[in-house]
Design a protein around this ligand. Structure first.
Ligand code: TYM
Length: 332
């Protein structure tokens, strides 16, 4: 069976983009067909201005939501990144494998750094080195596959390069992983700005559907989604980004092809209404299970404790092997 690793960053409340782009695949397919590890990557949440209490709360909430969405601890391993030291141990070796040029070329770094600087903020060094920690996350488990949304594909490509370079220089140590993107909704766009990704850490929230939004709020956000000039319902990312985003979301929620759906609608209003109802249908059971799990925090703690223990056992030998391969003297 293949080994799968993926992660989610607790920098904000989970969004419909996270769910359709990643989490749903983890739940519906990955945990059943593979040895799958899913990680709340809290260290990655420290790369931008953060509030300690909020990160702690969001980490717990993310874990709870992943269970609510349907991850089953008897089928997969769910844990918190900072509970397993191997991630940071290996990240340093990845810093010694990657170049600064590679880091500076990352689209996500360029965008986030530009945003920080534009608002007069400074850029944490960890924002630049973010991809080496992500590479360490994946390589420590010798993962074969990394199910992610489209925005993470470049980071997984870099991970492959680093693994190949390390193996070539120091002997075969790591499995070369590959990104696996969902068939639909690999990039859910912001409802108010359909040329930008729906992102959980954005400040303006009217275009973002959160998994825990109240149903009325979900309806309102979708009914007010920006559509395009003209009134034709067409699947065309360049000419009709707003409508196309709705078609992608509706398609992902109803397991239908966005292109075929386009032919069935003649008005934006009907498309929005059906999209809102389809999204609510998908979110309802998640919200319900989340409320149940919140009443039982001991259960979530137990899952995370067992998950970290299993993860440590898997990562430890690989990271130890990497330490030896790169030339570090093993402790006597
Ligand atoms: P993060 O926390 O931003 O997102 C978690 C997952 O959700 C996907 N995603 C989306 N998919 C479609 N449309 C969107 N609008 C959308 N927004 C987010 C992301 O592609 C991702 O799969 N760097 C990663 C976390 C990470 C990781 C890893 C992932 C750290 N280490 C190792 C895989 C393997 C991130 O920031 O994801």
């Amino acid at each position: 069976t293949p080994r799968i690793f993926s992660g989610i960053k607790p920098t904000g409340h989970l969004t419909l983009g996270n769910y359709l782009g990643a989490v749903r695949q983890w739940v519906e397919t990955d945990q059943h067909r593979a040895d799958a590890l899913f990680c709340v990557v809290d260290l990655h949440a420290l790369t931008v201005d953060h509030d300690p209490a909020r990160v702690r709360r969001l980490s717990r909430q993310a874990a709870t939501l992943l269970l609510a969405a349907g991850l089953r601890p008897e089928l997969c391993t769910l844990f918190v990144q900072s509970h397993v030291d191997e991630h940071t141990r290996l990240a340093y070796l990845m810093e010694c494998t990657a170049t600064d040029g590679e880091m500076r070329r990352m689209i996500q770094y360029k965008e986030k750094a530009a945003r920080e600087r534009a608002t007069g903020g400074s850029v944490r060094l960890s924002l630049l080195t973010y991809p080496v920690l992500m590479a360490a996350d994946i390589l420590a488990y010798r993962a074969d596959e990394v199910p992610v949304g489209d925005d993470q594909a470049q980071h997984v490509e870099l991970t492959r390069d680093l693994a190949e370079r390390f193996n070539q220089r120091y002997g075969h140590t790591f499995t070369i992983p590959r990104a696996v993107l969902p068939a639909a909704a690999a990039r859910v766009m912001d409802l108010q700005d359909p040329t930008a990704k729906m992102g959980k850490s954005h400040a303006e929230t009217s275009g973002i559907v959160y998994l825990l939004d109240e149903p009325d709020s979900v309806r309102r956000k979708i009914m007010r989604a920006v559509t395009d000039s003209g009134s034709k319902v067409a699947h065309d990312r360049d000419e009709q980004p707003g409508v196309t985003n709705l078609l992608e979301i509706l398609g992902a929620c109803t397991s239908r092809k966005p292109v075929e759906l386009a032919e069935q609608y003649s008005s934006y209003g009907a498309l929005k209404k059906d999209t809102a109802e389809a999204v609510l249908e998908v979110l309802r059971p998640v919200r319900e299970r989340h409320a149940e799990l919140c009443a039982d925090p001991g259960y979530v703690d137990g899952v995370l404790r067992a998950g970290a223990q299993r993860a440590r056992g898997l990562a430890r030998p690989t990271v130890d092997a990497a330490y030896r391969a790169i030339g570090l003297l093993p402790p006597a």
